[in-house]
Design a protein around this ligand. Structure first.
Ligand SMILES: NC(=O)C1=CN([C@@H]2O[C@H](COP(=O)(O)OP(=O)(O)OC[C@H]3O[C@@H](n4cnc5c(N)ncnc54)[C@H](O)[C@@H]3O)[C@@H](O)[C@H]2O)C=CC1
Ligand SMILES: O=C(O)C1=N[C@H](C(=O)O)C[C@H](O)C1
Length: 233
């Protein structure tokens, strides 16, 4: 598979390593200083997928640049969801290919499923109040994290008494923490919590490559639910 990396920061570098281990080719690397490479021969004619990890405000313009050139996109950038409907429309009306996950780690996606299952049970136990905590490195630009937003959606879908306005999400920024997410249920009598703690960025990078492999010859708006459907209960 021929990959273009859009964004060559912490995630871009990690994805490059895993892509090469899996014998994929990196045909172009586009960062802030070489935007003209969106019109290079390699990007236009030799790219099977663009893997985009940049910044909240640059993500949507980058997606549009890829769509204008009919290049499929796998992205993990968070903090751009105000544009979600426009992206879905592009996929539907112009047959573009777009894969987004707020978190590509397989472990986090198991954690999402576990959190939904717990929320479904907690719908019957109103003595518990639920909240989310997330901790990330000090360089993170968006808050709350994309992962915390996905966790909150899974909880709100399953607990009738919970809405976006009464579900508390606490965000902390500390040192170089790759990402910790905790869902906490507190009652007067006890506390139940479940946590995912990323040791490094390898799981995010591998998941993004798996998504890029998965979307080959597919069109539409795709997520980890599509990728993991055969293996998640
Ligand atoms: N979905 C997931 O599993 C994960 C998502 N992320 C998200 O991915 C994004 C990137 O994370 P990191 O790599 O840690 O950030 P980073 O700050 O290390 O790297 C971002 C890179 O994008 C470049 N960039 C800025 N504007 C650009 C533009 N217009 N075009 C191309 N490149 C541009 C920067 O120069 C930098 O090299 C963040 O939004 C973060 O929240 C991070 C880890 C996992
Ligand atoms: O910025 C990060 O680093 C991460 N961002 C994603 C998020 O916002 O949830 C995924 C992961 O937690 C790392």
């Amino acid at each position: 598979m021929n990959i273009a990396l859009v964004g060559y920061g912490k995630m871009g570098h990690e994805i490059e390593k895993i892509a090469r281990e899996r014998k994929h080719n990196i045909v172009s690397i586009i960062d802030i200083d070489n935007q003209e490479d969106f019109d290079s021969n390699d990007f236009l004619h030799h790219t099977d997928v663009a893997i985009e990890f940049t910044r909240p405000e640059t993500a949507f313009p980058n997606y549009m640049k890829c769509f204008e050139r009919n290049i499929p996109v796998v992205t993990g950038t968070t903090g751009w969801l105000q544009h979600l409907e426009k992206i879905k429309k592009e996929c539907q009306e112009n047959k573009q290919t777009f894969f987004y996950a707020s978190n590509y780690s397989i472990g986090v996606n198991l954690f999402f499923a576990l959190s939904k299952f717990l929320a479904k049970m907690m719908n019957n136990f109103s003595q518990y109040d639920v909240s989310i905590e997330e901790v990330h490195h000090v360089h993170k630009l968006d808050s709350p994290s994309g992962t915390a937003i996905t966790l909150s959606e899974g909880i709100i879908e399953n607990i009738n008494r919970k809405t976006f306005s009464n579900l508390s999400i606490r965000s902390k920024r500390e040192d170089e923490v790759p990402g910790i997410h905790t869902v906490i249920y507190r009652s007067e009598a006890d506390i139940i919590s479940i946590r995912h703690n990323a040791n490094n960025r390898k799981g995010f990078a591998l998941g993004a490559i798996l998504a890029a492999e998965y979307i080959q010859k597919k069109t539409g708006f795709l997520t980890m639910n599509d990728l993991l459907k055969p293996i998640l209960i």
